[in-house]
Design a protein around this ligand. Structure first.
Ligand SMILES: [Fe+2]
Length: 346
């Protein structure tokens, strides 16, 4: 009798084990991401711990992932696409690859201007494209009220460091000006801007900040979080000491506000794990994930309950943000590219 019961127990136990394993295999979400931050891995692990949903990551450059999503089409294993720059999100939407994210949580957390009108993509974090200057050379008073528009004036001849036109962040900045002022104005602006370059565009955003720290340029345009990264010491002693020499000026504070771009994500039409994908994005905008994000990448949070990292908030948090809808960056991307080419922005 006794052994009969234990036999039953063993069968039940194995059955449960198989069932739970089956569930474990089934509960997953496949994420294609071009966010280039190692710290995101910890976030995905936290999500799995919280929900039991396994996160499978495919990581590559935004352009490569978008091409991959296009060629895979309806057969894509991807559930979620995460990337930096609103222009990339717009592109995937334009190819018809996203589906609406149905979530009250997300709608109440992410402001309207930082998500698509049909919620096909949402922002996960914000970044400002700002002006950097050397503390030893300029004071805030010297540069008061400086706007993006002013950067094309003769006053800044040969004084500006900015990376090349194949950089999406710059394309989005130019696209935002086209959206606001039209092509003719923006082309004239860009002509002046190119004349003001202190050198042939080279290097990444941090290289522009370093040029200002070394007095090779007076002003640099780069994304806000790069200074956070430099000051964190994660990029080494040299970049830490360069970071200490510079300050952030938020442009256009008396006019349209600082240019804001986003990193964000969406759910693919081809998704076979839609519910898990929604949960994943809900997690990404949750207080817990947002805290992790701002402390590791120095971006600005999209969840208003979370404060930016101290490292980056020391430069100011109550600056005016441009309220232009970020979807215009994608819409005017090809016009921006052609325009940058015409004015000789290498
Ligand atoms: Fe970046």
């Amino acid at each position: 009798m006794k052994s009969k019961y234990s036999m039953k127990f063993i069968v039940l136990f194995i059955g449960n084990l198989l069932f739970s394993n089956f569930l474990l295999v089934d509960e997953e979400v496949n994420v294609y991401t071009s966010r280039h931050y190692d710290s995101d891995t910890q976030l995905y692990e936290d999500f799995t711990e919280e929900t039991g949903i396994k996160v499978n990551i495919i990581s590559a450059k935004g352009k490569a992932l978008i091409e991959r999503l296009r060629s895979e089409g309806a057969n894509s294993p991807a559930d979620v696409f995460i990337t930096v720059d609103a222009g990339n999100l717009w592109k995937v939407q334009d190819y018809g690859l996203f589906t609406a994210i149905k979530s009250k949580k997300i709608e109440s957390t992410v402001p309207k201007i930082y998500r698509d009108e049909n919620n096909e993509w949402i922002a996960l974090a914000k970044r400002a494209r700002v002006i950097f200057f050397n503390k030893g050379k300029y004071s805030f008073e010297d540069l008061e009220n400086l706007s993006y528009e002013d950067l094309s004036s003769e006053n800044w001849r040969n004084k500006l460091a900015i990376r090349s036109s194949n950089n999406l962040y710059n394309q989005s900045l130019v696209a935002s000006l086209i959206a606001r002022y039209g092509e003719e104005y923006t082309e004239n602006w860009a002509k002046g801007l190119v004349k003001n370059f202190s050198r042939k565009p080279q290097g990444n955003d941090r290289a522009q900040i370093i040029a200002v720290a070394n007095n090779e340029a007076d002003l640099a345009i780069a994304n806000s979080y790069y200074l956070g990264l430099m000051l964190s010491g994660k990029k080494g002693e040299k970049q830490l000491s360069a970071g200490k020499k510079v300050n952030i000026l938020f442009p256009s504070q008396k006019t349209n506000g600082a240019h804001i771009n986003i990193s964000g994500g969406g759910i693919l039409k081809a998704s076979k794990n839609y519910e898990n994908a929604v949960k994943f994005l809900e997690f990404m905008v949750s207080e817990k994930a947002q805290k992790h994000l701002v402390e590791n990448t120095y971006e600005y949070p999209i969840n208003s309950k979370v404060k930016p990292s101290k490292i980056i908030s020391q430069f100011g948090t109550d600056f005016k943000e441009d309220s232009l809808n970020v979807s215009s960056f994608g819409k005017f991307n090809s016009a921006a590219l052609k325009l940058m080419d015409r004015v000789g922005w290498q």
